[in-house]
Ligand binder design. Structure first.
Ligand code: COA
Length: 250
């Protein structure tokens, strides 16, 4: 486990677990946290592993971008894409990522969870995009990732009103994949999901993620090339042989 100023990072052989750790400011995403999460991304890019991103189970995921820093930022800062570049980098990580959300995921905090591939949350979690009430847009991914997750009309409603979405609604509209009743179950449920993925071929997972996230115009060629790579992969032969031999031995 390595401790940085705003995040704790646990490296396991098949996954990296990142816990946002700025409780005094409700895990608001400030410049230090952005820099530390970039370091995590660099490590996962160098050595691809699954990623679990959480605020822990103490009732907070992240309260958004740090409003004290946000208030002082100017148009040049906005164009520097401080949070959006990080969230795009997280989104593009080679292997699947899961956000485990307890309590509020608001503004940039919600967008951080949308940057992950999947979301698990507790019954007391809630999501919201209050940016317009603060006089800004949700500029770190919600304008395109939220419609992709919940559809255009629902996304617009949430972005225009800043209304909070509770866990039950989040599950119903496809914003989260699983809801657990108790905070104590949160990390276990997220790890279970990652365990299921960890059983797959890492290269197949990686190319599946690439294909799903690719623009429409990349299909079917990207899928064909991905499959061509996998058809030549020794692991595919081993996995298929194991399957066939297991059946023969029955
Ligand atoms: N940026 C900077 N500081 C933040 C913050 C943010 N987004 N969210 C919370 N904080 C700080 C508060 O200023 C307070 O600091 P202080 O103790 O120095 O006064 C501390 O975190 C605790 O916040 P508080 O509101 O008392 O906690 P709470 O548990 O009652 O409520 C939230 C938690 C997340 C519901 C509430 O803090 C909130 O609504 N935050 C803002 C969410 C938001 O609008 N985000 C969009 C940003 S784009």
């Amino acid at each position: 486990m390595s401790e940085r100023a705003s995040v704790r990072v646990e490296e396991r052989p098949d996954r990296v677990v990142v816990t946002l750790d700025r409780p005094d400011k409700r895990n608001a995403v400030d410049a230090d946290m952005v820099a530390e999460l970039h370091e995590v991304c660099a490590a996962v890019e160098r050595e691809p592993r699954l990623l679990l991103l959480t605020g822990g189970a103490d009732g907070i995921f992240a309260a958004g971008a740090d409003i004290a820093q946000l208030r002082e930022r100017n148009r040049t800062d906005a164009l520097a894409a401080i949070n959006s570049a990080l969230f795009a980098r997280i989104r593009a990580l080679p292997l699947p990522t899961v956000a485990a959300v307890d309590g509020p995921a608001l503004g940039g905090g919600a967008e951080l969870s949308y940057a992950c591939d999947l979301r698990v949350c507790t019954a007391r979690a809630f999501f919201g995009q209050p940016e317009v009430r603060l006089g800004i847009i949700a500029g770190a991914g919600a304008t395109h990732r939220l419609p992709a997750l919940v559809g255009e009309a629902r996304a617009k409603e949430l972005l225009f009103t800043g209304r909070r979405v509770d866990a039950a609604e989040a599950l119903r509209i496809g914003l989260v994949n699983r809801v657990v009743d108790e905070p104590t179950e949160l990390l276990g449920a997220a790890h279970e999901l990652l365990d299921e993925m960890a059983r797959a071929s890492s290269l197949a997972l990686r190319l599946t993620k690439l294909a799903v996230d690719a623009p429409a115009a990349a299909h079917p060629q990207l899928d064909l090339v991905s499959q061509a790579v996998l058809f030549e992969d020794e692991e595919k032969r081993r996995r298929m042989t194991e399957f066939l031999e297991r059946r023969r031995d029955r």
